[in-house]
Design a protein around this ligand. Sequence first.
Ligand SMILES: Cc1cc2nc3c(=O)[nH]c(=O)nc-3n(C[C@H](O)[C@H](O)[C@H](O)COP(=O)(O)OP(=O)(O)OC[C@H]3O[C@@H](n4cnc5c(N)ncnc54)[C@H](O)[C@@H]3O)c2cc1C
Length: 301
Amino acid sequence: MTTYDFIVIGGGRAGFSALAPVAASGERTALIDHGAIGGLCSLNGCNPKKVLVRSSEVVEELSNALRFGVDVSGMHAEWGRVIDRKETFTGGVTEQSEQMLRDMGTDLIHGAPRFIGSDRLVVGDEEYHASAFVIATGSIPRPLDFPGAEHVRSTDDILALRTVPEHLVCIGAGVVAFEFGQVFARLGSRVTILARDPALAGAEEEMVAALLDYSRELGIEVVSVESVAEVRDSGGGVCGCISRRRDVRRDRGKLRSERGRACCLARRAGSGCRGGSYGRAWSCGDALSAEREQRRGVRGR
Ligand SMILES: Cc1cc2nc3c(=O)[nH]c(=O)nc-3n(C[C@H](O)[C@H](O)[C@H](O)COP(=O)(O)OP(=O)(O)OC[C@H]3O[C@@H](n4cnc5c(N)ncnc54)[C@H](O)[C@@H]3O)c2cc1C
């Protein structure tokens, strides 16, 4: 059995934020991850998306160039090259993250852990003990339950598309749907966003109104729907885009309350972590948001 002061499960943005202050204070720390560390934001979320957004903004600016007396007729986006460029930002993330762990003096343990007590877990055959844990295992797209769901692609796939779709249909009207919708509308795709709930629900009204106006100017159509009944592949290829839906991805194991030093370590890990009823384990990042949504019974979008 190996003993640490603090173990973080999940090597994304939330896990690293929790880990950094505790490691800096000289505690013995470990990070457990079952995949490539670096996290959704850097590998398949915020950062690669911004690369696509910027390229599409360049296209939009050049499309208006003639108004400024500049003729760029014949200009077109080579989307495959945009994706190659995106990969220059995502390619080294895991190695850089591993180096950060070494610099922090944190051990990296590969595998999926299983709690076997309030202060211990196992990864494979190895047992690890710690005073406190943070669960930062993120979220995964919630499975879609309508017929033909297998034809629908997720944002991971959209980020790797090497050709611009003729028609992009986004199921769900959240931030990510609008961001991808705007990217492809700027490139000339027809874009339809299917909204079951009000578009960009929860955001400030004035901001939503401005975003909807701009999206309409780009030609994006927002259609209010009760639900998606079915998706069919008509032969021309289907290109859907779903925003990631939250589904909790955590192994609660058997955790019972035993606070004290654990509370102290978790407080040091930052205000982004919140304790549930799991004693020495706290949740962070998407794992925490997903857990809250599930507790509130938020339906899938
Ligand atoms: C397309 C897209 C665009 C986005 N754009 C933005 C944006 O512009 N701004 C913004 O703020 N947010 C954005 N987000 C959301 C943002 O990416 C997430 O909120 C954030 O990355 C969540 O970080 P996290 O550390 O909680 O989880 P993650 O980054 O998902 O990390 C979870 C880690 O846990 C590991 N793991 C999971 N299960 C286990 C297990 N059982 N055992 C061991 N390890 C496990 C995973 O391998 C992973 O490394 C976007 C998301 C998407 C999909």
